[in-house]
Structures are given as structure tokens and as C-alpha cells.
Design a binder for this molecule. Sequence first.
Ligand code: MG
Length: 160
Amino acid sequence: MYRIGTGFDLHRLAEGRKLVIGGVEIPSPVGFDAHSDGDIFFHALTDALLGAVGYGDIGELFPDRDERWKGADSSVFLKEAHRIVREMGYSVVNVDGFILLERPKILPYREKIIKNTARILNIDEKSVFVKGKTYERIGEIGEGKAGVCQVVVLLKKEEP
Ligand code: MG
């Protein structure tokens, strides 16, 4: 039996913040302005995993008013969502997502993002993919004021 999950995230970009995507710190004059490290890929993926099993969402599990998550490494959220999914008897088949970010380009960091994600989910790197796209200079995303991520995940029920 299969279950599919989808996740979405957006964060504003601000000066003096680190730009972290998929656990990779990417050199940039601006980074995501968020309570945690603002990793839009790990946030969207966490929501996709939780949604696939109907468990809840990232805001319920890790509220941004909780001091524990201030500046948090978002791999903590992803690891916990993965633990929940495994506990409910599912394993991850594959992950696919895209990141909308005007700059910098994601491509040079894609392999590292895939590697980090595959390691956390304990799956083959071939089962994780992510694409970087620009927003063609349209609106706030196109002006580089924010970044967006959407992720889809497929889960499979393990044989008892
Ligand atoms: Mg977020």
C-alpha cells in the first residue's frame, strides 16, 4: 500500500541570515528569515512526510514560538518526521521537489542536498531529486525577496 504526501514552504530572504537548503549552507548575501535555520527544503519535506501518514504538520509539532527551535538545524524536524513515518510502518520510496529562488543557483549544491536528504531518510541517492528554478524576475520571489519550495514524497507500507 502506497501513500503520497505533499509539502510547501516559503520564507522571506533577509540580510545577515544564513542561506540553508537541504542542510547545505550556500554562500549568499541573504538568507531565510525564520525562527529555525529556515531550510525550506527540509521544512517542505517534513510536512510532506507528516501529511502522507496524516499525522499533523510541522507547525503543530515544532511551533515557532517554542524557544527550543530557535535557530534550529531543520534536519532535527526531518529526522523526527521520518521516525514517525517509520514507526507507523512506512518507508520512503522517493522524494521529488523544486525550489524557486532567484539567486543563487541551486545546481552547484544539488548533489550535496540530495546526499544529505538520502542519508537522513536512509534511502538511495537515486530516490531523491530536487530542481532549482527561478521565478523569471516576476513578483516578490522574482525580485529575490523570498524563496519557495514544494516537495512530493511517496511512501510504501512495509510488509508485517
Ligand atoms: Mg519553514
